[in-house]
Write a protein that binds this ligand. Structure first.
Ligand code: ATP
Length: 336
């Protein structure tokens, strides 16, 4: 794994992207304090990565087209966060980005370190389920955190991330991004994103938390999903008809997460985020089935409490606070 510093490549990419006109080689050398050869090499690397860059003598370089790549340079060249994703690892293929991010934590990397991958061969969901992770169309990312709060607060982070992903999708597309409690992001009744939060605790202290996010972005057709999930999985492209830049969306997820996380740590509960979360909560006011391993029951979802539990009112008027740990919630007529 390569430790990232902001590379010349991503700096040059950012400058080309923000310039309407040609940028001269000389300007690039001066701005980044590098040689002509270094600029030339970086431009060639970008071309190899699929960027269409026009070079005109006496005028300089101009970016004509960016491919939908998730590479380190593409994301770093867009990044506007303070700490989220500032140390970034990109892997073409990996088992699971959560496992990579755990290793980063153990190797002493900083809070906010993010691992992204083009493809996962062992993507996981909650309770040992798997997350389908084909290459080329989705975002697989994990952000690693080193919080200094007590372990029982960490489960709320999964809701903070769901809110952030839904906010980012709503910002980048015209889609109504909702949340199925606690952490599935859903568009038009189908799942576009799953989140898996894991942590390492030693003697009552959180060593680190990793939050893995899988977002189906440009999967072109329902047939691209395995048959067994086709009725509940979809992508942003299938729902909007538009191709969405994965790097731009990923950057927005990091921006929203950084903001929401900083809000969360002010109170260490969801009090300041509850309104925004409930505004996206698709279960609200609807009948749900709580698949509790001790016995399933139904009721009407009334919202969440300050610690992120789902409030379910049962038929006899009792209000149950459902803890996400070991249950799934379903709509009684379908997935939501
Ligand atoms: P659910 O309510 O769907 O059971 P969950 O939070 O318990 O939610 P997750 O861990 O988020 O489940 O996701 C795992 C499940 O998501 C899998 O069992 C499968 O049904 C579904 N799934 C797997 N891959 C994808 C994908 N790429 N897109 C959408 N859904 C998927």
């Amino acid at each position: 794994m390569v430790i990232s510093v902001k590379t010349d490549k991503s700096d040059i990419l950012a400058l080309l992207r923000s310039s309407e006109d040609y940028v001269s080689g000389q300007q690039l050398c001066k701005q980044f304090g590098v040689s002509r050869t270094a600029v030339w090499k970086a431009i060639n690397q970008l071309k190899e990565d699929g960027y269409e860059i026009e070079a005109v003598s006496h005028r300089g370089y101009r970016l004509l087209e960016s491919p939908d790549v998730l590479s380190q340079s593409e994301v770093l060249s867009r990044l506007t966060t303070k700490w989220a994703g500032r140390t970034l690892h990109y892997l073409e293929e990996t088992g699971s980005t959560n496992i990579d991010a755990k290793r980063c934590a153990e190797e002493g990397e900083p809070h906010g370190t993010t691992v992204i991958a083009e493809k996962q061969v062992a993507g996981r969901g909650r309770r040992g389920r798997n997350w389908e992770s084909p290459a080329g169309s989705a975002i697989y990312m994990t952000i690693m955190l080193k919080p200094d709060f007590v372990p029982d607060k960490a489960s709320m982070l999964t809701l903070v991330m769901a809110l952030s992903v839904a906010d980012a999708i709503a910002e980048k597309t015209n889609l109504p991004a909702g949340i199925k409690w606690p952490n599935d992001v859903v568009v038009h009744g189908k799942k576009v994103c799953g989140i898996l939060t894991e942590m390492n605790v030693e003697s009552d202290y959180i060593q680190y938390v990793v939050i893995g996010v899988g977002i189906n972005v440009n999967n072109a057709a329902p047939e691209e999903f395995p048959e067994e999930i086709r009725d509940k999985a979809t992508s942003l492209k299938i729902e909007s008809g538009m191709t969405i830049s994965r790097a731009e969306l990923l950057e927005r997820v990091l921006v929203h997460f950084e903001k929401n996380y900083d809000t969360f740590v002010r109170t260490l509960d969801l009090s300041l985020l509850m309104e925004a979360y409930e505004a996206r909560l698709l279960n609200l006011g609807r009948e749900v089935e709580v698949l509790d391993p001790r016995g399933a029951y139904t009721g009407v979802a009334r919202g969440i409490n300050g610690t992120g539990e789902l409030l379910v009112e049962t038929e006899n008027g009792e209000m149950i606070e459902v803890y996400a740990g070991e249950v799934s919630v379903r709509g009684i007529y379908g997935y939501v």
